[in-house]
Design a protein around this ligand. Structure first.
Ligand code: UD1
Ligand code: MG
Length: 457
């Protein structure tokens, strides 16, 4: 097979987005548009890929790092000019290149692979990815002759009334023989409605030279370009549908796809059930047989098997097998919650590890703590971790029992099997097996009500 390369156009300003952020860095289901396209080209085994940057090039380059090569387009003189800026990248290469628009995140690696194959097998000089659009307004039209052969692409602004009736449109993705592309690009000019060097003009030039130009037609959905916020929302909805369909095909139950938001890098095991109002984001993995309940938000987290999360928020943390979280719990970054743990309602955990089988059932704050296995935290426990300047650590060893309304003033250690009495403020370390009482003694004043003359029935 011939060597295949990728070339992504990402130098344009994206004026219609009205944004400080370059268009290709806008996110669709949690991932920048440009990253979807790079992943798709790489997934189709392109040998090397170049991204043309221009508008706010430093920001785009900073985002790309050294994932791909970049070429610089100083002035945005059109898509043809943008490809010309890659001459350095292309000149020593023999083979084919797929040119992709940086604002079309829905393209898949499967389609790119098929286009590579189709292009080579058909012996074409250029293969355009086309689709039938319900509303082709604004897009380049594919003009064919009476034999159905492609003659040229005409931009909407340059098209005649008759040409505007054509519904087959240019997706702005094409495969070219590299040598022929470079030679045709040298012949384009900017005599058109926008005064730009159009890449689309290469098609008419190649055709005029008797070269074979083909179309590879697929669904318009995959080529949806994002030029405005409105189109960003439409593309995001299409991407979300694709993500959820894939998860469902892999055995995940999604009760109401319309009210469920799951981002593209999330993985979920089979027989997990996701309830309406769930937001699962970033680099999150969820195991099998979990219940992700209503109105739960999970970001960059690792969730084991058989975990139940109800109406809670989990950020950048790990939750191990068979643990129950919520309702209304908040697991903040850098926490590791063990197996068979219960984190109940109105419990906040921050930067802490919680050992297997521990129960923290209600109204509790655990921060900067190391909690062992089999512990029980009574309602209203607070780790007092901050003195206004520094944070301090609380250590609670295995099987400790923290009474209701205990303040654990850090730094402090509660020993194995130790108890704290309800309502205690503990400021000293508690040895293994001890009971710590940190509260004033009860005082009972008999007959006090009568003596004060307070009337009671
Ligand atoms: C382009 C096609 C049109 C097609 C449509 C599909 C041309 C002339 N027209 O139009 O036939 O139907 O896409 O969405 O190619 N870019 C640069 N440098 C430039 C200009 C653009 O890198 O000088 C990049 C943009 O960042 C963008 C892509 O090229 O990623 C397409 O540019 P855009 O201005 O969106 O082209 P359209 O007018 O949408
Ligand atoms: Mg566009």
């Amino acid at each position: 097979m011939k060597a295949c390369y990728g070339l992504i156009l990402a130098a344009g300003e994206g004026k219609r987005m009205k944004s400080k952020l370059p268009k290709v860095l806008h996110k669709v289901c949690g991932k920048s548009m440009i990253d979807y396209i790079i992943d798709a080209v790489k997934g189709a085994n392109a040998k090397d890929t170049v991204v043309v940057v221009g508008h706010k090039a430093d920001i785009v380059k900073g985002h790309l790092g050294n994932k791909v090569s970049t070429a610089f387009q100083d002035k945005q003189l059109g898509t043809g000019h943008a490809v010309m800026c890659c001459e350095e990248f292309l000149k020593d290469k023999d083979g084919i290149v797929i040119v992709l628009a940086g604002d079309g995140p829905l393209i898949t690696k499967e389609t790119i692979s098929k286009v590579f194959e189709y292009h080579i097998e058909s012996g074409s000089s250029a293969t355009i990815l086309t689709a039938d659009a319900i509303d082709p307004t604004g897009l380049g039209r594919i003009v064919r002759n009476e034999n159905g052969e492609i003659e040229k692409i005409v931009e909407h602004k340059d098209a005649t009334e008759k040409e505007r009736e054509i519904t087959e449109v240019n997706s702005s993705n094409y495969c070219f023989e590299i040598k022929e592309l470079i030679s045709a690009l040298r012949k384009i000019n900017n005599n058109n409605a926008q005064g730009e060097y159009y890449l689309t003009d290469v098609i008419e030039i190649l055709k005029g030279e008797g070269k074979k130009v083909s179309a590879y037609k697929t669904s318009f959905k995959e080529f949806m370009a994002v030029n405005s916020r409105d189109q960003l929302a439409t593309a995001s909805a299409a991407m979300k549908e694709r993500i959820l369909e894939k998860l469902m095909a892999d055995g995940v139950t999604i009760i109401d796809p319309l009210s469920t938001y799951i981002e593209s890098d999330v993985t979920i095991g089979s027989d997990t059930i996701v309830y309406p109002g769930a937001f699962i984001e970033g680099n999150t993995t969820i195991g099998e047989d979990c219940i992700i309940g209503h109105n739960t938000r999970i970001v960059d987290a690792k969730i084991g098997n058989g975990v139940e999360v109800q109406s809670s928020v989990i950020i950048s943390s790990e939750v191990k097998d068979s643990t129950k979280i919520g309702p209304f719990a908040y697991i903040r970054p850098d926490s590791v919650i063990g197996e068979n743990v219960k984190i109940g309602d109105f419990v906040e955990i921050k930067k802490s590890t919680i050992g297997n089988g521990t129960k923290i059932s209600h109204l509790t704050y655990v921060g900067d703590s190391e909690v062992g296995e089999g512990c029980n935290f009574g309602c209203g426990t607070v780790t007092v971790n901050y003195d206004g300047k520094n944070k301090y650590k609380t250590i609670v060893k295995d099987n400790a029992f923290i009474g209701c309304n205990t303040n654990l003033v850090a730094p402090v250690t509660i020993g194995e099997n130790a108890y704290t009495a309800a309502g205690s403020t503990i400021t000293k370390d508690v040895p293994d097996g001890a009971l710590a009482i940190g509260r004033s003694k009860d005082v009972i004043k008999k007959g006090w009500v009568q003596k004060r003359g307070i009337k009671k029935k």
